[in-house]
Design a protein around this ligand. Structure first.
Ligand code: ATP
Length: 434
């Protein structure tokens, strides 16, 4: 090989490397189709038999129990038969494979083997679903799509907030009309406040009453005070605000009953009261008491009001979005009852496995392990419940507090009045002054 040929080869190699890096950065989807996908196909097809055998995804043509003399023995299946898989189909973020189950097989062992499949195929994650009886679909994602989430869009609608992007690339939307109450958990610095800031930015331009309860002295929600119709910064104020909202709820119930409507949305448009979204930052502050009688009574009052709002408020346009680090029964039985009423769940990184279990476990067991695996580097990443009883990994759209504050100031005039709320807080001031 002459020096010219060598130089040419080196130049071509350098060009391929540079172009490869450029493609990976700028056109990750094309890069995946051209390079990652063909390699992954070879890996999936080549390793399927072995992976299926190791993870008990095979069936035996002969029974795993047999008779040796008078003894029934249980042993390794003699002739394991691997279920057939389809040729891996490329997707924008990975690939998908369909497995035809043998009679007697269920999706359960495939769900248990999802992590092993991801490792064997060098994929970020493998999700298992069953689109029809007898078929299991394995959807693998090559790298974490939430590392550099794109921008999603969703049609604007009343009480609907575009929070961020789902792992699937779709829009992460919190729609309070379809799911009236939400619970958001996460350790400190996991992204709860950023998510609340995003929610407020999205709801601020809508004709919606926003009420803040932030018993850490209003340090978080106080930033958005100009758009809030009321802000409670201690538990005494919270009890007054929640009490006024319960009265408002009873008034709305009365109006609906008179009109023969089952929800405020069935009332004639002119009679519809504005929807109210109550945002609570750090739920524990409402429930913990220092043991004195007055303190306990206040905590119990808040607990009772919250539960009533959660039980009956949805149809009457009263919505709760509750955030906290922990929502365990150590806060009292009221919290467990409240949690059962908060149908929408969002779980960020948590410090203890129990919190993920408390947030998601009663709705979807599979999602708990995924929430527990969110690392400290994955800020704003959460597992959220979807509309069809499923769940997703998602990342909130990064919203700086200043951005949310600007939106609050811009739409301050839109804050609808609720006289009952103002009166409740005023009467507290008068009591304190007396
Ligand atoms: N979606 C996101 N994308 C990128 N970075 C994020 C995202 N969400 C949060 N962060 C980063 O993580 C940091 C912590 O977020 P945030 O303050 O929202 O957490 P937190 O759970 O509310 O914490 P605390 O309980 O201490 O208030 C933020 O300063 C921000 O830089």
């Amino acid at each position: 090989m002459g020096p010219n040929t060598l130089a040419l080869l080196l130049a071509v190699l350098a060009w391929v490397l540079v172009a490869g890096n450029y493609m990976r950065e700028r056109h990750p989807v094309s890069f995946w189709y051209l390079t990652g996908y063909p390699v992954a196909v070879v890996r999936v097809m080549g390793s399927w038999r072995k992976v299926a055998l190791i993870n008990d995804l095979t069936v035996s043509r002969r029974p795993a129990r047999g008779l040796v003399g008078d003894l029934v023995v249980k042993g390794q299946a003699l002739r394991p038969v691997t279920p057939r898989i389809s040729f891996p189909r490329a997707t924008r973020t990975g690939l998908s494979v369909e497995v035809r189950l043998h009679p007697g097989q269920t999706p359960a062992p495939f769900i248990a083997a999802a992590d092993a499949l991801a490792h064997a195929w060098r994929m970020h994650a493998v999700r298992v679903s069953s689109p029809e009886r007898g078929i299991v679909r394995l959807v693998a994602t090559a790298s974490d799509p939430l590392e550099r989430p794109g921008v999603a869009s969703a049609p604007a609608a009343l009480l609907s907030a575009l929070l961020g992007v789902l792992e699937s690339g779709g829009a992460w939307v919190m729609n309070l009309r379809t799911e009236p109450h939400w619970l958001i958990t996460g350790a400190t610095r996991s992204g709860k406040s950023t998510l609340l800031a995003r929610l407020i930015t999205q709801l601020a331009p809508q004709p919606v009453v926003l009420v803040g309860i932030d018993c850490k002295g209003g340090m978080e929600l106080g930033l958005f005070g100009s758009r809030l119709t009321a802000l409670a910064t201690c538990r005494r104020e919270a009890a007054a605000v929640l009490g006024a909202l319960v009265v408002e709820m009873q008034d709305r119930m009365h109006i609906c009953r008179e009109a023969g409507a089952r929800s405020i949305w069935e009332l004639p448009e002119k009679q519809q009261p504005p929807p109210v979204v109550v945002i609570i930052d750090e739920l524990a502050e409402l429930y913990l008491s220092n043991g004195t009688r007055g303190d306990r009574a206040e905590a119990e009052q808040c607990s009772t009001y919250l539960l009533r709002l959660a039980q009956l408020g949805g149809a009457l346009g009263l919505h709760l979005v509750v955030a906290g680090q922990r929502v365990g029964s150590e806060l009292g039985s009221g919290v467990t009852a409240l949690r059962a009423q908060l149908g929408g769940r969002i779980c960020h990184r948590v410090n203890d496995p129990g919190t993920a279990e408390m947030t998601l476990g009663d709705l979807n067991k599979d999602s708990v392990a995924v929430a527990q695996s969110i690392s400290a580097e994955e800020k704003g990443v959460a597992v959220c419940t979807g509309t069809d009883g499923g769940w997703d990994r998602a990342r909130s759209h990064f919203t700086r507090p200043e951005e949310a504050k600007e939106a609050a100031v811009k739409y301050a005039d839109l804050a609808p009045e609720l006289p009952g709320l103002a009166r409740a807080l005023e009467s507290l001031d008068t009591e304190a002054g007396a």
